[in-house]
Design a protein around this ligand. Structure first.
Ligand code: AMP
Length: 369
């Protein structure tokens, strides 16, 4: 996920897919015009990258020129007038191949056809890297298409969002879901939820809410909530739903400006999951995905005991308490897998490996949400 100005964009078309599409364009164009020296005309600004790669791959003699379509306001009767800037070559009787980065509605294409008709070219062909069939509203034939894409706003590989993003070697798609991603990180104690949440919140610009951390903060500050939660936490039992749900609501409401949330350690019961759905729905939000970090119990117990030595967390220092937390998980939290599977929002990720590796596994899931 990347941010340009105020918007988020997610990976869409890889550099290798783009490269393959340009190779196909070159092959098709060369097959048609190999007996001539074509003039390629790239339409700036967007087409500079595709034009460069296209030229590098083109196997025959060829020329290139760059043009820019500029518009100025005419009188009220003529409306907006389009003009071509930069066309200095004499194109009479030449084979011209226009190179475009993208054709969507086709308005630009119509203008180009009108302009080149006046140049008395021998033939005019149009090659575009991307084509949006669902947006195209004209009848003009497009001779060469690198790749058809859905009607989404894209950036990268020469294409911009308000001038940013042209330098990206891959193509990204606007993340339309109100730019909000709400993730539930799911997994037994010690599965690495906190570690991964800390990385993911930076990567996706999300607010991390760990109910365990909020409880520990309250215990440290000896608040009423802390006093209430302590007795449960000390035994490794879950804090009652009502208390936890109210606390979670407060945390969400304190962060209304967030781009989305990572819920870590919440929900832990079906009642909590239902409360979360309701809370988010009231705010026109939703859980986008629940990702479970899977790891073997015996590995987790060793991890927790090690963590307990460093952190001083009493619930991590005693194997009996740890096993009780696992029992609580198996009885009350594990059924959530089914709850989210029914909503088609449950993803399972192997939680064993290097931190980076696990982040990559999680990111693959998140980027496809
Ligand atoms: P954690 O840091 O997520 O391992 O949570 C530590 C402890 O805090 C748990 O063992 C519970 O006692 C309590 N806790 C954290 N989140 C919740 C929750 N969603 N529901 C009930 N108790 C929770």
């Amino acid at each position: 996920m990347i941010k340009l100005h105020d918007k988020y964009f997610k990976s869409f078309i890889s550099a290798s897919q783009i490269d393959a599409a340009i190779s196909n364009l070159v092959t098709a164009v060369y097959a048609d015009v190999k007996n001539e020296v074509p003039v390629f005309i790239a339409v700036l600004n967007g087409a500079f990258m595709v034009a460069a790669d296209f030229m590098k791959k083109y196997p025959g003699d060829c020329e290139i020129s760059f043009v820019k379509l500029a518009s100025y306001e005419g009188t009220s009767s003529t409306g907006t007038i389009k003009q071509l800037v930069g066309l200095q070559k004499n194109l009479k009787n030449r084979t011209v191949v226009v190179i475009e980065d993208i054709i969507d509605t086709g308005n630009t294409l119509v203008t180009l056809h009108e302009i080149f008709a006046a140049q008395q070219v021998k033939q005019l062909k149009v090659a575009t890297l991307f084509f949006k069939p669902d947006a195209y509203k004209k009848d003009l034939k497009i001779d060469y298409i690198g790749m058809e894409i859905p009607n989404k706003f894209i950036v990268g590989f020469g294409l911009d969002y308000d001038e940013l993003g042209r330098n990206l070697p891959e193509v990204y798609q606007l993340n339309e879901n109100n730019n909000m991603i709400n993730l539930v990180l799911f997994g037994k104690p010690g599965a690495g939820k906190g570690t991964q949440a800390a990385v993911l919140k930076e990567k996706y610009n999300l607010k991390h809410i760990s109910t365990g951390d909020v409880f520990r903060f309250n215990i440290k500050n000896e608040t009423e909530l802390g006093k209430l939660a302590k007795s449960y936490m000390d035994k490794g039992d879950l804090v009652p739903d009502e208390v936890t749900i109210n606390m979670l609501k407060d945390e969400v409401e304190k962060n209304t400006e967030a781009n989305g949330f990572i819920f870590d350690g919440f929900p832990r019961t079906i009642t909590q999951a239902e409360a979360l759905d309701k809370l988010l729905e009231e705010k026109e939000m939703k859980v986008n995905g629940t990702v479970a970090l899977e790891a073997d119990d015996e590995i987790l117990i060793q991890r927790l005991l090690e963590r307990g030595k460093v952190s001083g967390r009493t619930d991590d220092q005693d194997e009996t308490k740890i096993r009780n937390r696992f029992d609580e998980y198996n009885q009350k939290t594990a059924p959530l897998a089914n709850y989210y599977t029914q909503q088609d929002k449950f993803y399972s990720v192997n939680g064993i490996g290097e931190i980076d590796e696990i982040t990559n596994r999680l990111s693959t899931v998140i980027d496809n949400l």
